[in-house]
Design a protein around this ligand. Structure first.
Ligand SMILES: [Zn+2]
Length: 331
């Protein structure tokens, strides 16, 4: 699994200290900085602030908003630790009182908001997630059932979003998990790559085809928040990069435009007849092979099988049949 440099740094801290969830981030951070709870920060819309990050020879201080949920406090502390330990964050322009001799905390806060490049913030967030949800620990959950894995993730005491993201490391396909609000609308969801169906948008209900199409489903909760989960046994070997419509248009674009509507209709008829005669449990590869054969036998369409995009089209078309719900229109 590819890990970014800031994640590898967190991984090495986890490994060298033998950390597992829940990581005691407060004592870890206290080794590197003074840590002070603040009730001023939330007025400025920020969760944490780092002062004297590797500048002026002073010990850094981390202020954090102690009025928010502990899950958020822990993430903030881990994020600030990221700024302290990621080598290329040290001495960067934010949180440096040297440049604001008369500034005080207030000025520091506006500086943090205005100057910290977004890129560094994202890196500190990734460091925080990798530290609080140690990869070695998560990978051990692979053999657990989905529901048990979610139960274990609660131990990490991280946000729902972070917990859902970490599922990506252990549930590679055929899994959907959605967190619901009081009126059963989705507030966050995880859908593994290659899982049938389209994405679930926040604010909507879990689509009927997910509820009906899942092979197993259940409810559990995460830190008091209700979750529903769905797993699918028959997962296609891969998700096509392009929709079959896009690919077929690209293939037909090489023909005179007056011929295209007729060819499109023929292609649709040929593909449908393959699908209607396919065994219920046909694989994507089987169906794609039969689509290819049918095109080759069709006088109107045989030329298309020589197109370099045809193979992709056949697989994408078969994938859409196998998964009932079509792939998203794309480009
Ligand atoms: Zn930051």
């Amino acid at each position: 699994m590819n890990r970014l440099p800031e994640e590898r740094l967190a991984d090495s801290i986890v490994a060298s200290r033998g950390l597992f969830a829940p990581v005691d981030v407060l004592s870890l951070l206290s080794e590197y900085a003074d840590v002070e709870a603040s009730d001023e920060l939330h007025q400025h819309g920020i969760d944490g602030l780092l002062v004297d990050n590797g500048t002026g020879g002073r010990r850094p201080t981390v202020y954090f908003d102690a009025t928010v949920h502990t899950v958020r406090q822990r993430f903030t502390l881990a994020h600030e630790l990221g700024h302290l330990l990621i080598p290329w964050h040290v001495g960067t322009k934010f949180c440096t009182p040297d440049e604001a001799p008369d500034g005080g905390l207030e000025e520091e806060m506006s500086r943090e908001l205005a100057d910290v490049p977004h890129r560094l913030e994202v890196q500190a967030d990734r460091f925080a997630a990798a530290l609080l949800i140690p990869q070695r620990w998560v990978l051990d959950l692979r053999s657990s059932s989905l529901e048990d894995a979610i139960g274990e993730l609660e131990l990490a005491n991280v946000s729902l979003q972070a917990a859902l993201r970490s599922l990506a490391q252990i549930r590679l396909s055929g899994t959907i998990v959605a967190a619901l609000d009081d009126s059963s609308r989705v507030i966050a969801s995880y859908r593994s790559p290659g899982t049938p169906g389209s994405g679930i948008s926040n604010g909507s209900r879990v689509p009927r085809e997910v509820v009906d199409g899942a092979d197993q489903k259940g409810r559990c909760d995460y830190l008091g928040r209700p979750l529903v989960w769905f797993t699918f046994d028959q997962v296609p070997s891969h998700t096509p990069q392009h929709s079959w419509r896009y690919l077929l248009s690209a293939i037909l674009a090489k023909r005179p435009s007056s011929d295209r509507p007729r060819l499109w209709a023929s292609a649709a008829a040929v593909s449908s007849s393959v699908n209607s005669t396919a065994a219920l449990a046909s694989t994507v590869a089987d169906t794609a092979t039969r689509i290819r054969t049918s095109f080759r036998l069709n006088a109107d369409l045989c030329w298309a099988t020589d197109d370099p995009l045809f193979e992709q089209y056949a697989v994408s078309r078969a994938w859409a049949f196998t998964n009932v719900i079509d792939t998203k229109a794309d480009g």
